[in-house]
Ligand binder design. Structure first.
Ligand SMILES: Nc1ncnc2c1ncn2[C@@H]1O[C@H](COP(=O)(O)OP(=O)(O)OP(=O)(O)O)[C@@H](O)[C@H]1O
Ligand SMILES: [Mg+2]
Length: 232
């Protein structure tokens, strides 16, 4: 579904993601793990058309996304949930979900799928996003992205700012989406959660993929255990 080849991106002519290649097959849940500043957000933003790439290819199904504006990439079926969530504090849950379908009209069937997945959002349709808890805001950010009916959902650190219990709940919801057949790509520092959720993963350090494997292989890898799982 997604193939990234020799991809580089950065800021003001300085690359911070160097020659990265990876792929995501239909139906897979894939994680990119890496510590602060390793380049996860830069990689995702460049891939989704929110930041210019300096070289490489992004093949999404049959399309080459290089240089494509973000809105067109969404229309091709790639949904993105940024770590900062980018909600509008004064807008309601309902308004955010409607906006997620833009430029199409919100489809009632999709709306009910999203509200079934997140009953909390259904209860709070008229509540303003700014007054919701961190966990609810995360649900709303995911729900909004789902309104465009993505074939691939890309999430940048979906557990940002969440208490441990809510982080577990966030991954439970993602697990439901995975089990329904949605293809998922997630960047994460809460590695145990992401590992239990994903089929495969890549370790990004200093803007380069250093290790890759199935989640089972990564869980056994001594370097991964030391750096990301707190095992001495
Ligand atoms: N707008 C920007 N201008 C210049 N440099 C930036 C900008 N945004 C990020 N960087 C730099 O790019 C590098 C990678 O940052 P990035 O945000 O992609 O890392 P990350 O893996 O997402 O980190 P975190 O886990 O903290 O979110 C860092 O050195 C960072 O300082
Ligand atoms: Mg980041």
């Amino acid at each position: 579904m997604l193939e990234i080849k020799a991809f580089s991106a950065g800021y003001q002519g300085n690359d911070v993601v160097h020659d990265v290649s990876f792929h995501v097959e239909t139906g897979e849940a894939v994680m990119i793990i890496g510590s602060n500043g390793s380049g996860k957000t830069t990689l995702f933003r460049a891939m989704c058309g929110l930041l210019g790439a300096s070289s490489g290819e992004v093949l999404f199904n049959r399309d080459d996304l290089a240089g494509m504006p973000a809105q067109r990439i969404v229309r091709l079926g790639m949904g993105f949930v940024p770590a900062e969530r980018h909600l509008f504090p004064r807008m309601t849950v309902q308004e955010h979900l409607s906006l997620g379908a833009y430029p199409k009209r919100p489809d009632p069937e999709t709306m009910s799928i999203v509200l079934d997945l997140f009953p909390r959002l259904a209860e709070r349709r008229r509540q303003r996003a700014g007054t919701m808890s961190g966990g609810e805001q995360q649900m709303l950010a995911v729900g909004r992205a789902l309104m465009s009916r993505p074939r691939l959902l890309v999430l940048d650190e979906p557990t940002t700012g969440l208490a441990p219990k809510l982080a577990v709940e966030a991954y439970e919801a993602l697990g439901v989406l995975r089990d329904q057949g949605l293809t998922l790509l997630v960047a994460e520092q809460q590695v145990p959660l992401a590992m239990a959720f994903s089929d495969r993963g890549y370790v990004l350090e200093n803007g380069q993929i250093q290790i890759q494997g199935t989640s089972e292989e990564l869980a056994k890898n001594p370097e991964v255990r030391r750096a990301y799982l707190g095992v001495m």
